[in-house]
Structures are given as structure tokens and as C-alpha cells.
Design a protein around this ligand. Structure first.
Ligand code: AVI
Length: 323
């Protein structure tokens, strides 16, 4: 139960199993079988993702946290007082704590938006306990579709989006553009966006981040098969697939796949699908940017990059954009 009055009732727009079924069948009927990566984040997937963030090989989280800690006062100044902060895909809200620590009562409200209801509630409750002065308005929704935000408190003077983790990289460029446009529309004129953007670097560093020695990322990826078995009456043998990653130079992204180790047939929601040995299901893209590349993407969507903070090795960037 919530322990603080600062937490508002959840605004529940959770996606249905039907949307998972439709997207899976549509993706499996293509020549290159695929599933939108947002379906990686059921309860178990969200917890596995938290573990990924602590892995030695997964540099983005550590690096972004370092950048946030070092530059949080400049970030708070850019966001300004009395802002309503809307976080897209809030998960455990770990990086948000750095901002809340700095801004606290300066924020008019914090609106975490996440697809996993239990994960959202757990972290909203923990935040409400630790930051009782900040009104928290949790929203359970698939933020890649259109969804409603709660009424802002009267004290809110502006809306600022927060999109850390380089999750923008999980969209192909055209969808990244459309999503940034949607955020620009939501925050309106005088609005802002604080965003984490992973940068291009040595290919081995980028691919190792998605193929850790402990196999946590493989478990995260295979959890999709488990989820299909549970929610769509699918018949996947988890041992007959392996996690595979590759760098696609042309598209500028690390691709993640589940590779069938043998020729087999699998049923999903009463439909049968044949797999050749070596055939893959494309589960995720993680696009990497140059600073110029992201600035020109942002400029296409009504945002202008105002400040950029990076680490010593220029592995990762946190950027503040205004409309
Ligand atoms: C959430 N997103 C930015 C992560 C990434 O780096 O693409 C998801 C992830 N998948 C495997 N490891 C991390």
C-alpha cells in the first residue's frame, strides 16, 4: 500500500494481451520474423533489464549515471522551477532519483509512464516515500501509442519530458522522429526534453554490451519466448533458440535476434510457424548516434539541442532540448 499521500491513483492504460497477439502474428508472417522490442518488458523482463543495467559489459547505465551526477545542477537549472517532469518508460526510476535529489520541491509533479504496472507501482511507492514533497502521478501505458496524461497540478508552469537510457535508440530513425514529434507536441511551446543518447564507438564495445558473459541479456531476450508460451499458448522450446547480436553498419545499430538452432515448427495463438535451422526472430535494435546525427534528428522534430553533457570517453551523452 502507498505510504504517502504524494502518490496519486495510477492512470491505467495498460496494453492488452490482444495487442501482443496481433503484433506477434503480424511480425511472424514477415520474411524476417520480428517482434516489437517493447514486449520484452513484462514483469520478469523488466527485472532482468534492471540486472542488465548492472552488468560490467553494459556501459550505458553506469556512464549515464556518472554524467547525471556530475552535471545535475546544470540540468536542474535547464529544467527550471515548477516543471512537471514526464518520464517515458520510467522502469525503476533510478536516474530520476538523481534529479529528484537535486530538484525536490522545485518540481510541480513527477509523472512516471511505464508499460509494466507492478514495476511502475513498486517504484512510484518507493519514490513517494523518499520524496514526499513531490506529487507523483503514475501512468501505466504503452507510451509509443497515444495515451493520456493526468491533469497537471495548478502549480506547474511547464512540462519537461525525461527520456533516459538511450531508449530512443530502440526506434528506427523514422519512428524516433515521430516519437520526438509526439513529445514536442506534449510538452508544447516553452517545453523541454532531457534525453540520454548513446554514441557510436568501437564495435566490440557496443556488441559486448548486448551479449554479456553471464547470459543475463540472453535470458532477457529468451523471456519473449516464455511470454509467448504463457500469454499466447505458444509451444517454444527455449533450449532450441539462442541469443545472437550483430552490428549493422548501414543502419547504425546493434541488432538482437533469437536464432533457431534447428529446423522446427512452433504454434503461436493457434497458428503454425516453420523455422529453418539458423533462421532468426529479430527482437531489438539499439541505434547509436553521433552528436551531429542526433542534433539533426531533433531539429527535424521541433526540438533544438541546447546543452550536451558527455563522459570522458564520449561513450554516452545526456542532452537538453527545447521546443
Ligand atoms: C532500453 N534500451 C535502451 C536497452 C538498449 O540498450 O537498447 C535495452 C537492452 N536490450 C538489451 N540490453 C539492453
Amino acid at each position: 500500500m502507498p505510504t504517502s499521500t504524494s502518490i496519486h491513483p495510477i492512470l491505467d492504460q495498460a496494453p492488452t494481451t490482444e495487442s501482443f497477439r496481433k503484433a506477434t502474428l503480424r511480425g511472424f508472417r514477415k520474411d524476417q520474423k520480428q517482434i516489437p522490442s517493447k514486449f520484452l518488458y513484462d514483469d520478469r523482463g523488466s527485472k532482468l533489464f534492471d540486472k542488465i543495467c548492472e552488468l560490467e559489459e553494459y556501459y550505458p547505465t553506469r556512464t549515464e549515471i556518472g554524467i547525471m551526477r556530475e552535471n545535475v545542477s546544470a540540468m536542474a537549472e535547464a529544467i527550471g522551477p515548477a516543471a512537471r517532469l514526464v518520464e517515458y518508460g520510467s522502469g525503476s526510476s533510478l536516474k530520476t532519483r538523481i534529479l529528484l535529489e537535486q530538484m525536490g520541491e522545485d518540481l510541480a509533479a513527477y509523472v512516471p509512464v511505464d508499460i509494466s504496472k507492478s514495476h511502475l507501482l513498486e517504484s512510484a511507492e518507493a519514490l513517494a516515500e523518499d520524496y514526499p514533497a513531490v506529487p507523483i502521478q503514475p501512468v501505466c501505458a504503452d507510451y509509443t501509442t497515444s495515451f493520456e496524461l493526468p491533469e497537471p497540478p495548478r502549480s506547474a508552469h511547464r512540462t519537461v519530458g525525461y527520456y533516459p537510457g538511450s531508449t530512443i535508440g530502440n526506434f528506427p530513425r523514422d519512428q524516433a522522429r515521430a516519437f520526438l514529434e509526439q513529445i514536442a507536441h506534449t510538452v508544447g511551446p516553452e517545453g523541454g526534453l532531457l534525453i540520454g543518447v548513446d554514441l557510436k564507438k568501437d564495435v566490440d564495445v557496443m556488441t559486448a554490451a548486448y551479449d554479456d558473459a553471464e547470459g543475463v541479456t540472453a535470458a532477457f531476450s529468451k523471456n519473449l519466448l516464455r511470454r509467448m508460451n504463457r500469454e499466447l499458448d505458444a509451444t517454444f522450446d527455449l533450449d532450441a533458440f539462442e541469443h545472437q547480436v550483430l552490428w549493422n553498419e548501414e543502419r547504425g545499430c546493434v541488432e538482437s535476434h533469437l536464432r533457431s538452432t534447428t529446423a522446427q515448427s512452433v504454434t503461436v495463438a493457434d497458428e503454425s510457424f516453420a523455422f529453418d535451422a539458423g533462421e532468426t526472430i529479430h527482437t531489438e535494435d539499439s541505434h547509436k548516434y553521433t552528436l551531429d546525427g542526433f542534433a539533426s534528428l531533433a531539429a527535424d522534430t521541433g526540438f533544438e539541442v541546447e546543452s550536451v553533457w558527455t563522459d570522458d570517453r564520449s561513450y554516452f551523452s545526456v542532452q537538453y532540448c527545447t521546443t
